[in-house]
Design a protein around this ligand. Structure first.
Ligand SMILES: *Cc1c(COP(=O)(O)O)cnc(C)c1O
Length: 376
């Protein structure tokens, strides 16, 4: 059996090696390393794939979130609501820019931001909501957009884990994750669903004016060359990464299908297990399974993780600590027990290997290893 990895980028690369190598070689030959044609080509492909008017490439997903918040003109002291159960980057940029992160609890089944909790947290200072489409499934965007209209707020989608997922509106129409709010953000970190071979990110919007401002902010706040109207940043997707991404974007839907196949295998194996809750599917979203995350019950999930490690099955805890309990983000407004769903998930979740190259032999070994833990 092939060694099991949490994410197997090597096997994936081997299948597309000639195309990737040629794409990289072409950039090197052209020496157009920064903002070369490869960046423009990928940008156009991604706009077409997402059905969005503007894709602004940038250096990583964290920058995408930061640039989005800068371009929207939020001011220090503004409150930005986000989910308590996410990767730190979401809250980090809010704090870094001098805004106030307001964290809210999540839905126990989908792990995504709870619309009721968002409503309860709105104050006269609230300016934006950042829903995170966690683990590859969209948050309730009908509810987010409705709340945003009612209170005149911006919606910044963190689609770092959900590129390619479809949101299905109440009327049955569909839009891609990240293209529903005022602005959407994604990451091309290697292990993300559309990963490059280094760092990368992008920002999406259908708003022409906002797109202009996003392009200005990523480029040193420069409107006319060497005239700087705003304080900006330097955040670019380099040409080699764009060339890699163009090759992989053409396969993104196949990659999502492979991830779903693995997820269904896991579902089948753990169905009706008294100690394991398989991931719920939200009826308003397709799932692209950035992670396959089980909620455990009545066991020590760290003991399960150790047991699996001994059998050379990697498993990870995403995420062990809620934002409001992180040392850097401790806030007198919050204490342990304030976010019961998030806190429960942080104590009980475990994510199994999930990537595009899992074969049946590996899936059989992983699932039987998990089940063996309960027999031992
Ligand atoms: C990965 C990730 C980010 C940050 O992306 P980077 O490219 O690593 O900066 C932000 N938010 C979420 C939810 C992520 O998973």
């Amino acid at each position: 059996m092939k060694r099991i990895a949490m994410v197997d980028l090597k096997s994936q690369y081997e299948k597309i090696k000639p195309e990737i190598d040629q794409a990289i070689q072409e950039v090197i030959e052209s020496t157009a390393f920064i903002n070369g044609p490869a960046v423009k080509n990928f940008q156009k492909d991604l706009e077409a794939y997402l059905g969005v008017k503007h894709v602004i490439p940038c250096a990583n997903g964290t920058d995408a979130l930061q640039v989005a918040m800068m371009a929207l003109g939020l001011q220090p002291g503004d409150e930005v609501i986000t989910t308590n159960f996410t990767f730190i980057a979401t809250a980090e940029v809010i704090a870094l820019l001098g805004f106030t992160p307001v964290v809210v609890d999540v839905d126990p089944d989908t792990f995504n931001i709870s619309p009721e909790s968002v409503r309860k947290s709105i104050t006269p200072k609230t300016r934006a909501i950042v829903p995170v489409h966690l683990f590859g499934q969209c948050a309730d965007m009908d509810a987010m957009m409705e709340i945003a209209r009612e209170f005149n707020l911006f919606v910044i989608e963190d689609a770092c884990q959900a590129i390619g997922a479809d949101y299905i509106f109440a009327d049955g129409s569909r839009k891609k994750a990240g293209t529903i709010g005022h602005v959407g953000c994604t990451s091309f970190f290697p292990s993300k669903n559309l990963g490059c071979y280094g760092d990368g990110g992008a920002i999406f919007t259908n708003d022409d004016e906002l797109a202009k401002q996003l392009n200005v902010v990523v480029n040193h706040g420069m409107v006319v060359r060497y005239y700087h109207d705003y304080v900006g940043v330097n955040s670019r997707l380099d040409s080699i990464q764009a060339a890699v991404l163009k090759v992989k974007l053409a396969r993104l839907d196949d990659y999502a299908a492979a991830r779903n196949k693995a997820a269904e295998y896991y579902d089948q194996a753990f169905r009706n297990h008294p100690n394991l809750k398989t991931p719920a599917r939200f009826d308003r979203s397709t799932h692209v399974f950035h992670q396959y995350t089980l909620v455990t019950e009545g066991i020590d999930r760290n003991a399960l993780q150790d047991f699996l490690a001994k059998k050379e099955v990697p498993a990870m805890i995403y995420y062990p600590v809620p934002l409001h309990m992180q040392k850097a983000y401790l806030d007198p407004r919050y204490k342990e027990g304030d976010f019961p769903v998030t806190e429960h998930l942080c104590r009980t979740v475990i994510s199994l290997p999930m990537h595009t190259e899992l074969d049946e032999e590996q899936l059989e070994y992983i699932t039987s290893s998990v089940l063996e833990f309960f027999a031992s």
